[in-house]
Design a protein around this ligand. Structure first.
Ligand SMILES: [Zn+2]
Length: 115
């Protein structure tokens, strides 16, 4: 996972297995901290996460991020936009391509978020 705002590498990355590790479906929570933009968290079950959430600390409360005066509580990923047919395909939930933020869905420019 990278910072949704600056695409920078996150520090203090924690990967927590939530489901049974012997199960065939990967169920994990990923948390990491951008030195500039704070903590972010994503949970997924078998498929890439649909959203990345800004949080106040690992496993903490959601927080809002202000971009262009808009309050953003979650960042939809590219995976969230994949149509249903593709969603049934077997994909690697850890494939970083699907973890990218879909700024079109948010309706603000990524550049404005990267200040
Ligand atoms: Zn950042």
């Amino acid at each position: 996972m990278r910072c949704p705002l600056c695409d920078g590498r996150l520090n203090h990355i924690q990967v927590r297995n939530i489901g049974d590790v012997t199960a065939s479906i990967l169920w994990q929570m990923h948390t990491g901290e951008c030195p500039i933009h704070g903590w972010f968290q994503a949970e997924f079950v078998g498929k890439p996460p649909r959203e990345v959430f800004p949080v106040d600390r690992p496993a903490g409360n959601a927080r809002k991020v202000l971009i262009d005066g808009r309050e953003i509580f979650s960042f939809p990923t590219v995976w969230n936009s994949v149509d249903v047919k593709d969603a049934r395909q077997k994909v690697d939930p850890l494939d970083p391509r699907y973890w990218q933020i879909d700024w079109k869905q948010i309706g603000v420019s990524a550049r404005n978020g990267r200040r």
